[in-house]
Design a protein around this ligand. Sequence first.
Ligand code: PBG
Length: 328
Amino acid sequence: MPFPVERPRRLRRTPALRRLVAETRLHPAGLVLPLFVREGLSDPAPITSLPGVVQHSRESLRAAAAEAAYLGLGGVMLFAVPEVRDAEGSAATDPDGILNAAVADVRAEVGDGLVVMADLCLDEFTDHGHCGVLDEHGHVDNDATLERYAAMGIALAEAGADVVGTSGMMDGQVGAVRRALDGAGHDQTVVLAYAAKYASALYGPFREAVDSQLQGDRRTYQQDSANRRESLREVRLDVEEGADLVMVKPAGLYLDVLREVADSVDVPVAAYQVSGEYAMVEAAAERGWIDRDRAIVESLLSIHRAGADIVLTYWAAEAARWIAEGRA
Ligand code: PBG
């Protein structure tokens, strides 16, 4: 017997061989670009903690969505920053509110050529920054929040959203939104359930991006990072309630959860590579401590390899360009 018997290195010898046997491939259609729009802006405004990402004006948002369509991205996920906030997050359900207006703008820009997704949560719209409305003790009131989510789901569908992303982590939110959509004649609106969403330190830069008013934290509704089994429960409930797509968030630190979720469901699985994941790579790269482009590709491949069909990432447009150029 010759020794070694097996030579796995044979398949690694040239870039062409490695490309041939790659088990996971990046494709623009699997990437979704989160976009921020801020009411009252006339020019895009940089976000310090997310270098390269901006708060868009309504006009620049349309251009960004058109570019996303041109690049063949899977979709865009819209978040909005209103000028005025209140306890109920009224702007979220106002048909002229900034998020609904932005959804309509983007829909008009891209038609059916790009999947238009919108965040369905109150945190950008409430003056206390929580994802729901508060009871008289200042606690997030689950069931009162469901009514707000139901109304917001209808408003987003009417504005033209293909997909609503229920990200608030209230119990029963997927069922409440699904019922409301169906009751209003929007049975084709897709619900993307942020099924397993952890209370993560990695949302820090996002909170600057949306000018979050939050004091305290979201630990009474978002999950404890110590838990794995709990995610399977959340995912099971969301699928039972009618989720069309389920998501794990954050992505990179939760690849074990992602793999288990992907193995447990028969709906497409998404993962959100969140703001802190982006910021850590950008900050290390800026100091010359890490090869930025390789780190980005590795992170996206790993999230796909762990089981995500769809990845939400602030690098979506850039990565799509690299893919087109054969660099990723
Ligand atoms: C809530 C929401 C958050 C993010 C997406 N949707 C913030 C939070 O839960 O505090 C974070 C995304 C990111 O960090 O990139 N509407």
